[in-house]
Design a protein around this ligand. Structure first.
Ligand SMILES: [Zn+2]
Length: 309
């Protein structure tokens, strides 16, 4: 290529790039879960790029580490985590290997989404191994209350505005819009579940304390004898007896657990098993945070109507 030609080529190239590249490169956000990714998208819109490490159909306590995760973390400007030790089994080594100072715990580019939300099940007194896989900082499944979703979104808005102050007004407007849409949806969910307040249910894992508190259901037992411990025959017999006694009519199971025990409990008690989604992306149609509740509330409603309440 002659020098003149190469200069012209460079000019054409820069014009082309100018046409397709935004003035500022989008902020790179990595989240540990798809729920946080969805909330970040609500606030960041096209001013950020968001990727989640865990998929919504995976058990967020156990995520298999992949080299691609380290690459994602290496180039991230902001990392958003669920916290309360949900990711303790897999995220710390990835974060260390990312060698990205910006997003280490305590850095400006690290946001623990649990710090401003309502946390339940904070254990009292000493925690022993005999208690199972108890989360010492409280229950980390807190995003399953739309009120907490709003609080997470607000924390993300504050963090994005801190990192990219030029877009603060944009993020504030996006939060206001999300807040309004979520509020409208909440009224609908509340109204449809209101007739079923106090319904006694069982859940597989303790994933739903915030959800049931929000919608007024009553969890009387768990398929797991202790958090993170698989079902045992002795516990299952006791659970069946308790369910018959208090007339528990529904068993909620997360999609990544075996249905064998829940189904045998259902056969003994006449209760219904439903696979409820704890995360965005666990079913194809659950494309964002509001759709997650839309899906779960509808599924639950269908089951509740069938129980003859
Ligand atoms: Zn858990």
């Amino acid at each position: 290529m002659s020098q003149r030609l190469s200069v012209r080529f460079a000019l054409v190239l820069s014009t082309l790039l100018g046409a397709v590249t935004p003035a500022r490169a989008a902020l790179k956000v990595v989240t540990s879960t798809e729920d946080l990714a969805s909330l970040a998208r609500e606030i960041g819109g096209d001013r950020i790029g968001v990727e989640s490490i865990a998929r919504g159909y995976q058990d967020p306590h156990f995520v298999e580490a992949k080299p691609s995760f380290i690459l994602k973390l290496h180039s991230a400007d902001l990392l958003i985590v669920v916290g309360r030790e949900l990711e303790i089994g897999w995220l710390p080594p990835l974060l260390q290997q990312s060698r990205n100072e910006k997003i280490q715990a305590g850095s400006r580019g690290y946001l623990d989404a649990s710090l401003t939300v309502r946390i339940l099940d904070i254990p009292q007194g000493q925690i022993t191994r005999a208690m199972g896989d108890v989360h010492p900082l409280g229950n980390p499944h807190y995003w399953l209350d739309p009120g907490n979703g709003r609080r997470i979104a607000q924390a993300i808005q504050a963090k994005l505005s801190e990192i990219q102050p030029a877009d603060a007004a944009f993020f504030a407007q996006r939060f206001a819009d999300f807040d309004r849409r979520l509020g409208e949806a909440e009224k609908r969910w509340d109204a449809s579940l209101a007739p079923y307040k106090g319904t006694k249910i069982v859940t597989y894992h303790r994933s739903w304390p915030n959800f049931v508190e929000r919608f007024g259901l009553d969890v009387i037992g768990y398929v797991e004898p202790k958090p993170g411990i698989p079902p045992s025959p002795q516990h299952t017999i006791e659970l069946i007896a308790e369910m018959k006694k208090v007339k528990a009519s529904i068993i909620l199971v997360e999609p990544y657990f075996d249905l064998k025990t829940p189904q045998s409990v259902a056969r003994e008690t006449g209760a219904k098993v439903i696979v409820l989604s704890p995360s965005v992306g666990s079913e194809k149609e659950i494309t964002d945070y509001i759709h997650l509740f839309e899906y779960d509330v509808n599924l639950l409603l269908g089951a509740l109507k069938g129980t003859g309440h």
